[in-house]
Design a binder for this molecule. Sequence first.
Ligand SMILES: Cc1cc2nc3c(=O)[nH]c(=O)nc-3n(C[C@H](O)[C@H](O)[C@H](O)COP(=O)(O)OP(=O)(O)OC[C@H]3O[C@@H](n4cnc5c(N)ncnc54)[C@H](O)[C@@H]3O)c2cc1C
Length: 410
Amino acid sequence: MSEPAWPSPPAGPCTLAASLDVEVAILGAGIHGAALARELTLRGVSCALVDKGEVGGGTSQWSSQLLHGGIRYMLTGDIPQMREGLAERAAWARIAPRRCRWEAFWMPHRFWAEGLAHRFGIGLYDHWGADRPGWPAELRRGRVPSPVFEADPRSAKGPFRGATAYADLMTWDRDLTKDLAASSEALLLDHHEPGAFAEEGGALMSLQLHDRRDGTPRTLSARRWVFALGPWTDGALAAWFGDTRKRLRLSSGIHLWFDAVPGCERPWAIRRPKGRILFVIPRDGLLQVGTTEREVTDGWVPIQDSEREELFQALEENLPAIAWRRLPVRAEELGVRPLVAAGGATSHLSREAVLEPHPHFRNLTLVLGGKLTTARALMDRLATGLTGRPCEASKTKPLRLWDGQAAGIR
Ligand SMILES: Cc1cc2nc3c(=O)[nH]c(=O)nc-3n(C[C@H](O)[C@H](O)[C@H](O)COP(=O)(O)OP(=O)(O)OC[C@H]3O[C@@H](n4cnc5c(N)ncnc54)[C@H](O)[C@@H]3O)c2cc1C
């Protein structure tokens, strides 16, 4: 299943030497791998960033693209995770202003008491998230005035009587990941397939790679290794080392991208059962809708009809004035969340992250779970642990744009 789905590499040679040596080898160039490459560069430590595909070509391009505290944690009571996300949101707004856009999200309510509860919860969320660098003065938080709410076509004929607006940060996930990589001096080994590892005395020493573009073999040696392979972690450890311990549970989520609907100007965050949120977000000239939760077994899985149907039913139930099934779907995407393994339904699993020292290889660390939002902080912690050097600039030094393109182009 995973092999045929791996996107083909672009044409063109890679000019790197056949034998490469760095202090830290990072496998996986998603948001975690790319953030770690920047952290190591900020500390003056050499590294290589290896990926079988392109930088930001995995889960980190299929998220809901929010750098947020997670308003749903207000419902599930996971306050420490929410507060960490809110603090990190401010750090992203400082270091990546070109990839961030503040928004006033509307959370609609069905009846008066629910509106009161939302105002209380959102009041706390915005209080704890009061550090909002660059917040545009014209964006309004708090109770949405009735005439403004009623002017939005999503409010007609539905169950909602009003809404409360809260602040959150939108991003462009794949571009943010590429910017992190571009803000590092890592040797970039994208489109490289890992082969055999050499080990010695319980430590990884080197890795044979082949360039998927032209088949060139390369050898990468490093003193330390970090695997940030997102949902592919368990599969890779099983294939490379016969290590079959299940560390992650995988949960797919889909987004549908509709044509823009006139009058839908603010993003909506609609509460659904089981502490889930249905986002309806106008962005990039389209209307992004998501997301779902389905337990899966691989990082590459196709979208199922039942997932599309679930979103359509949720839209029709909550926002019946819009003829959703007649609106053209311009794109649909599925991402797989790597969730740290635990019992229960995946919708209740926390998005926490774990840095796990590998039980057999003493110089290998695994990055498990996590979110876009907390990736910088987590990799800051990991880089400090690996090098013994903290780095204040991590939270303040602006990112370099990966190819100078304008922000917001997907
Ligand atoms: C539907 C959905 C919505 C989400 N929304 C949000 C959100 O709004 N906000 C938020 O903060 N988080 C969100 N997340 C979570 C977030 O997207 C992920 O936690 C994050 O992107 C994971 O990044 P990563 O670097 O760990 O993994 P990935 O981005 O998947 O990176 C892993 C990399 O490893 C590479 N790789 C895999 N196997 C191999 C191999 N054998 N050899 C070499 N390379 C390999 C892949 O090509 C990939 O590039 C969402 C996730 C999903 C699925």
